[in-house]
Design a protein around this ligand. Structure first.
Ligand code: ATP
Length: 199
């Protein structure tokens, strides 16, 4: 089968950037955020369940999901978040497994999953890669992407810590420097992964 790599890191650490670099090298990449959006696609059963649970307040008048409103509801209320996750997580997980199973034998299959630690997924992977960057760097990059400092800090406080991610990491990539410095680390990681997947 393929070599299964779990890729994670805090918000704004550079996960998606690393995933793109790995895809450029030939990795088969699956993005948990994209699956999460697909699971709640218009007309889906999950979306109907969200309406049942949370009501019209998390929908626009045209019937599409108001992700901002839903985010605010579950961010403010732990039990609401648990109810949303009961709807979405099993479906995201099933979709991820189905997609990852499509990677070829000997290929490197990467699952880009922001909440790998929070969802206790580490054991499902052959290799866990954690991307780290200083808080200052992450805040500056998120700011450039239009996320306010308050919002970024609130999300960081809600995620696992670097120490918790490190505890499950097989490889830690330091993304506090330039993109070129990150690329160099990804190049080295890729060599290592090739050695494991094609011994
Ligand atoms: P999120 O958790 O929000 O999905 P992420 O961990 O996937 O974020 P990226 O989207 O890869 O992080 O990176 C955040 C932003 O910082 C992006 O706009 C990206 O282009 C930029 N960025 C990433 N690494 C660097 C770097 N080393 N130097 C400069 N900019 C960077």
């Amino acid at each position: 089968r393929a070599l299964l790599v779990g890729l994670t890191g805090g918000i704004g650490s550079g996960k998606s950037t690393v995933a793109r670099m790995l895809a450029d090298k030939g990795a088969f990449v699956v993005d948990a955020d994209a699956l999460a959006r697909q699971v709640l696609a218009p007309g889906s059963l999950a979306l109907a369940e969200v309406r049942e649970q949370f009501g019209d307040q998390v929908f626009y008048p045209d019937g599409s999901l108001n992700r901002g409103a839903l985010g605010r509801v579950v961010f403010a209320d732990e039990s609401a978040r648990a109810r949303l996750e009961a709807i979405t997580l099993p479906r995201i997980s099933a979709a991820a497994q189905q997609r990852l199973a499509q990677a070829r034998v000997g290929q490197v299959a990467v699952y880009d999953v922001p909440l790998l630690v929070e969802q206790r997924l580490a054991e499902q992977f052959d290799v866990v890669v954690v991307v780290e960057a200083s808080a200052a760097n992450r805040l500056a990059r998120l700011d450039a992407r239009g996320l306010s400092r308050e919002e970024a800090l609130a999300r960081m406080a809600n995620q696992a810590s670097d120490a918790q991610r490190r505890a499950v990491a097989d490889v830690v990539l330091d993304n506090s420097g330039t993109l070129a410095a990150l690329q160099e680390q990804v190049d080295r990681l890729w060599e290592r992964l090739q050695g494991i997947s094609k011994p």
